[in-house]
Design a protein around this ligand. Sequence first.
Ligand code: 13P
Ligand code: SF4
Length: 370
Amino acid sequence: MLRLQSPLPDRYTTATADELSAWIAAAKEALGERLFILGHHYQRDEVMRWADARGDSYRLSVLAQERPEADFIVFCGVHFMAESADVLTDDHQQVILPDLNAGCSMADMADIDDVEEAWEALAGVIDISELVPITYMNSSAALKAFVGEHGGAVCTSTNARAVLDWAFTQGSKVLFFPDQHLGRNTGLAMGYGHDDMRVWNPRFDLGGLTEADAKEATFLLWKGHCSVHQRFRPEHIAAFRADHPDGIVVAHPECSFEVCDLADQVGSTDFIIRAVEAAAPGSVLAVATEIHLVQRLADEHPDRTVVSLDPLICPCSTMFRIDAPHLAWVLENLVEGRVVNRITVDRGTQRWARVALQRMLDITEAAPKD
Ligand code: 13P
Ligand code: SF4
């Protein structure tokens, strides 16, 4: 999806790190309680240090909803997260994304037209009332609205299991988009087999499947992926284990099944943080997720060795777009009374997207805690 971020004024592009820090601190001070800055774990340190709260995509959606007194929520993350915050917050609250080009390539792999076409095609071959659509948080608000309107829910990597358990109380099949890996890894962890799953390729008629495939499959997994997480390979695990036979491999469930299967632990970014915290001092951990989080964990736990599972650096280029100059720019504009880079979801979309997000929050709240 094309989103255009206008170039920043020279004041920000030519400023030193110290100047930017001073401006951000002054703007935060001036805005006080009216401002709430959220930071996703993949943000760079120069941004993260200003976040009032940090979290994974699930936690950030809860936090956004819990701050009705904040007029401005500056979301240091990517576009789909800011949209979700807009859906979940009150009308008087304005959500701001410091760089409009901070999208998510995985979210862009499923668009509403393709999903509607898939639904229509499937309705021609299966009992559509048995099909429950589940969208990963990493998707546009339009897709969240689609699942809300069609009896489904949103999930994140924190609660995919609970949401899928719930989905099978609503129907006997799931259409899961846009990340095939999270869908597959969660389904396998629930005890389903590869034979229960088919990949839906939106570029082909009936997703490239036969009618028999569509009828037999319990999981229809959208052909989408994260370009950051799919870089991790089983060979990286083999190499790490050869060097560190007692080492621990922790992977994000956006990694392929082959990687998750060999990993010692699999979970969301919040889970990964807890896994590193829980490891004994002296442990060696290889983490399969975005490099800024891995580097922060290494810095914060000097008594453990924390490395990226892929020795070649693996950043999320869209998360990386949010930097101190953009943060300073949006905050100084707010101080001047101008809201720049506001993310809004239209009311029609908002209504059903909220239903889908709220279902996720309720399911997660009710699920047994691990
Ligand atoms: P989390 O839900 O674990 O924060 O992951 C979001 C994401 O985009 C991972 O690539
Ligand atoms: Fe999207 Fe992957 Fe970046 Fe997460 S890491 S925001 S899924 S591109």
